[in-house]
Design a protein around this ligand. Structure first.
Ligand code: PMP
Length: 391
């Protein structure tokens, strides 16, 4: 039977950029000891008190269908957190709970775009973005950023495509680059969205991981609350990737429609997961800082290691759990370098090319292993790059 082009065309054909990752996984399956710096997942598990809460509420009977928009109490908690951190009045009517940020990204684009609409996104990008946009029938249009601008998007690059577009997807703090968009960048983006009547879909799943500067939610900028759909998640902030709990915050009218979409797609998020998420959110900022601390520490380690050599360049990373390293001095593509490093030293990193064309000649390093092993892997990586550059 023939499958729909909607599903067969999801990845747009060709390599989806995960080949190095899959090769590393194969090596691990063969018993080879591979240092994994590929994937955006904490090296700790969900904290025991959160799991305990999940157990208590499940045993207490919260295992049936939960309210499709999310439980009132979790929606209230998310709304209060957003209102407090951004200053934008937010109630539960502005919040839909979703099975993770990924589902929220899909739903937000379903709300913003009709089939055939152009949906903008910033390159380098989180690997699923173009597929998610294709999934709703939109036409993905990448906006290139440049390594020399530290991957901050430029207004003129967005304006070159914004007139005919319906939405713009941004992500700050950014995966894969670690860049945190400046207030000036976000103000320019807000201006373009208003001038050209675009929805802004703001992926803020790394909002608790900011090492330098501050995270500004563009929904807080004048005139933006009515055209911004914020994507949030428990995954990164609370080390709850497997729980699949996230949300969309947006205008009431959009959330109303998104609830209807949820009724016809996900039918909500398990009640015990929502209760545990609510418990986790009420642990406050100190708990979130604790979850984020290892990445901040490892970023400091990386800065030190990289300062001792001049082959590998560190793109200034102000947030998130990744570093983007410039390996162009080796004369290799990010992909070839990643394969070479995997073969020679059993260290797995993601090629920059996996995240679009803007990060060609770079690699993304996830800071998701223990400090000592992380430091020694980076040292090996730099020595390897130096050998290649000298060859
Ligand atoms: N956005 C970005 C930028 C991400 O990196 C991820 C996960 N790696 C997600 C969204 C989705 O996360 P989740 O579905 O676990 O909330």
């Amino acid at each position: 039977m023939q499958l729909s082009t909607r599903i067969t065309g999801l990845t747009g054909g060709g390599s989806d950029g995960w080949d190095v990752f899959l090769k590393a996984r194969d090596m691990i399956a063969q018993g080879i000891d591979v240092t994994e710096l590929t994937i955006g997942e904490h090296d700790i598990r969900t904290a025991a008190p959160i799991l305990q809460e999940m157990h208590i509420t499940a045993m207490g009977g919260h295992t049936g269908y939960a309210a499709v928009p999310g439980t009132g109490s979790l929606r209230d908690t998310v709304a209060a957190r957003v209102a407090e951190r951004t200053g934008v009045p937010t109630t539960r009517k502005n919040v839909l709970i979703t099975p993770g940020g990924q589902a929220a990204l899909f739903a937000a684009h379903m709300a913003a775009c009709d089939p055939g609409d152009t949906a903008l996104y910033i390159d380098p990008y989180y690997a699923t973005y173009p597929g998610t946009l294709r999934g709703v029938g939109a036409i993905p249009q990448a906006i290139e950023t440049r390594a020399r601008d530290a991957f901050q998007p430029r207004a003129e690059a967005i304006r070159a495509h914004s007139k005919s577009a319906r939405s713009l997807l941004i992500n700050t703090p950014n995966n894969p680059t670690g860049v945190v968009y400046s207030d000036a960048t976000l103000q320019e983006i807000a201006g373009i969205c208003q001038d050209d009547d675009l929805w802004l879909i703001s992926d803020e799943v790394y909002d608790t991981q900011v090492w330098e500067g501050r995270h500004l939610s563009p929904r807080a900028l004048p005139g933006m609350a009515e055209r911004t759909l914020v994507v949030g998640s428990m995954s990164k902030s609370h080390a709850m990737t497997g729980s699949r709990c996230g949300w969309i915050v947006g205008p009431e009218t959009a959330i109303e429609r998104l609830i209807t979409l949820a009724t016809h797609t996900t039918y909500g998020v398990p009640g015990f997961i929502q209760d545990a998420s609510q418990f986790a959110l009420t642990q406050g900022e100190a708990f979130e800082a604790e979850i984020a601390a290892p990445f901040q520490r490892r970023r400091a380690i990386a800065t030190q290691v990289l300062a001792q050599q001049n082959t590998v360049g560190l793109v200034p990373a102000q947030g998130a759990m990744y570093l983007m390293l410039d390996i162009r001095a080796t004369g290799m593509s990010g992909e070839n370098f990643a394969y070479d490093l995997l073969d020679a030293h059993h260290i797995a990193v993601m090629p920059g090319e996996s995240f679009g064309t803007s990060a060609a000649g770079h690699i993304r390093v996830a800071m998701t292993i223990e400090d000592g092993a992380f430091e020694s892997a980076l040292q090996t990586l730099c020595t390897h790059a130096k050998t290649l550059a000298a060859a």
